[in-house]
Design a protein. Structure first.
Length: 269
């Protein structure tokens, strides 16, 4: 899920492959070394990751007693998570404080449109599927266009099929599985006014996430670093009351603290 860089400024990603299969001591050493090298870590991983991986990450973070490791699990399909991780790698080359960079992940999620064309929705449980769509998925040759984020949508692919897309200029990334279809390139991309179309290998987690290997996953996103930087820096920053890092939004991704509730004001006569 580590996508290739879009420009020479995009920082490389460190893939924590096999973290749950290696000895705990080795995992602790690996993350401790990375933290010491870079100062802060933002670990981006999908909600559908195995419980063993999630437990190992939280265990290692607890053993290191570190508020310099942020665990971020955005509610996005696999390709969307890969795109978001690359956007954070782009922004990591800028003069953003660690807390602001980590908080930017939640902000940028709102500007990502992620979905797929599926050969069957019989096992799709990430998006609401009607009984009618379930029945049609058993018909030979049926294909469905599904948007998982930001708002779930599902339509049967046909001449009039359409998905509500972004209202701003974006690029479109596609990843092909075991499905033959040109709907994304001939219909979706023009309808969404995509400013660029690129292809990448399908993430390994995608078939399990979508419930089928017969799919073409797609994701629209903001590719320009200057636009991403302007978007993030236009949001008001504040200091986390617990760890002191500058953040945007209502929660610190590093220490998970939220602003304390405001004390009720006393009324005086």
């Amino acid at each position: 899920m580590a996508l290739p860089p879009l420009d020479e400024r995009t920082l490389p990603a460190t893939v924590l492959d096999g973290l749950d299969r290696e000895p705990l001591e080795q995992a602790v050493t690996r993350l401790h070394t990375l933290t010491e090298q870079h100062g802060h870590l933002i670990v981006v991983y999908p909600p559908g990751v195995s419980p063993a991986v999630d437990r190992r990450l939280r265990t290692v973070r607890s053993l290191l007693e570190s508020d310099r490791i942020a665990l971020f699990r955005p509610e996005l399909p696999p390709l969307g998570i890969a795109v978001l991780a690359r956007q954070l790698r782009q922004l990591a080359s800028c003069d953003l404080a660690p807390g602001v960079l980590a908080s930017a992940g939640r902000l940028l999620t709102h500007y990502i449109h992620a979905g797929a064309v599926l050969g069957s929705v019989a096992r799709l449980d990430r998006v609401p599927v009607t009984l009618k769509a379930h029945a049609k998925s058993w018909m030979p040759g049926s294909q469905f266009a599904v948007l998982a984020h930001p708002e779930p949508q599902l339509v049967r692919v046909g001449p009039e099929a359409a998905l509500a897309g972004p209202e701003f200029a974006t690029a479109l990334l596609i990843a092909k599985g075991q499905l033959q279809s040109d709907w994304v390139t001939t219909t979706l991309a023009p309808a969404w006014n995509a400013q660029g179309l690129r292809e990448t290998p399908l993430p390994a987690e995608s078939p399990a996430w979508w419930g089928t290997g017969r799919l073409i996953e797609f994701c629209s996103f903001l590719p320009d670093l200057s636009v991403l930087y302007q978007l993030v820096t236009s949001v008001r920053q504040s200091a986390c009351h617990w760890c002191g890092l500058d953040v945007i939004g209502d929660r610190c991704v590093f220490c998970s603290a939220v602003p304390p509730a405001a004390e009720p004001r006393m009324l005086t006569r």
